[in-house]
Design a protein around this ligand. Structure first.
Ligand SMILES: CC(C)(COP(=O)(O)OP(=O)(O)OC[C@H]1O[C@@H](n2cnc3c(N)ncnc32)[C@H](O)[C@@H]1OP(=O)(O)O)[C@@H](O)C(=O)NCCC(=O)NCCS
Length: 247
């Protein structure tokens, strides 16, 4: 018997799945019922986490990935296989012959998965954390124009702006697949009207901003999240946020 895919995803669709590995009380859910879809290696990794929150987040992220991919192809959740580029970006293994792209991000119990068809994608979610040391990070991550723009804001808004810049930069770097090995200070996400991001890239990136569609993802107010998707100039894409309850 073949397993029918339950969702369609066209070349211009972008599906975003968001799930929490914490229960309503903020404690990590046990998620034992999700584990059978993980590979033996993933189950082994899950058992090596010391903190229950980290274990739950890992199990949620990997099971979400497997169950969501199976929405779009005739492959059982436990049968997905992955390969990795030189920077660690996972992709569906080419021997499966499936043309889906995806990217995962997780932070403090929040798991986010973007899925496209033959289109690069990067997502990033970060929790606003009291322990972030802004002075160090600002100079490691932000470009000169970003720092100038930040300095024009009241100091109480700096952490929030830094995290906005961070999630956009990371979503872009993850879409390109090179992660934080890209020259981060040559990438600028500026917010001229205070809300709408505008990307500029120095020649070292060998890329053009209009190759990408990028936007905020709506998440609870103590999180920041962004998505970046490859597109041809002015190509219209349709972003749909999907509920794991639909799985
Ligand atoms: C990818 C990277 C940006 C992740 O940042 P993060 O904020 O810690 O983590 P996130 O939760 O947002 O994303 C993690 C997920 O991104 C994916 N990922 C891993 N490497 C990636 C890459 N190069 N590009 C895009 N996505 C990547 C994985 O699915 C990973 O999930 P996992 O940890 O469960 O395996 C960061 O680890 C990085 O820069 N890696 C590149 C390292 C590198 O250059 N290595 C060179 C070879 S040694």
């Amino acid at each position: 018997m073949t397993r029918e895919p339950r969702s369609t995803l066209s070349r211009t669709d972008v599906h975003l799945w968001i799930a929490s590995s914490d229960g309503p009380d903020g404690e990590p859910s046990s998620l034992r019922e999700l584990e059978p879809v993980l590979s033996a290696e993933e189950r082994n990794r899950a058992d090596q986490f010391y903190f229950p929150h980290d274990r739950a987040q890992f199990v949620m992220a990997r099971s979400l990935l497997r169950r969501c991919l199976s929405q779009y192809a005739d492959i059982e959740p436990s049968a997905w296989e992955f390969e990795f580029n030189a920077f660690g970006k996972p992709a569906v293994h080419r021997r499966l012959g499936v043309d889906l792209d995806f990217n995962l991000s997780h932070s403090r119990g929040m798991c986010m998965l973007g899925i496209t068809r033959q289109r690069p994608i990067g997502v990033d979610v970060e929790k606003r954390d009291a322990r972030i040391s802004l002075p160090d990070l600002i100079h490691q991550v932000m470009s000169e124009p970003e720092i100038e723009e930040l300095r024009r804001l009241p100091a109480r808004a700096w952490k929030s702006r830094f995290l906005d810049v961070w999630v956009f930069k990371e979503a872009y770097a993850k879409a390109r697949g090179q992660g934080m090995s890209l020259p981060l200070q040559d990438i600028s996400f500026l917010f001229p009207d205070g809300r709408t991001p505008e990307l500029t890239l120095k020649p070292s990136l060998a890329d053009r901003p209009d190759n990408w569609l990028y936007d905020f993802i709506k998440v609870p107010s103590d999180f920041h999240a962004a998505i970046c998707i490859g597109r041809r100039r002015d190509e219209e894409l349709r972003l749909v946020v999907r509920e794991p309850a639909q799985l």
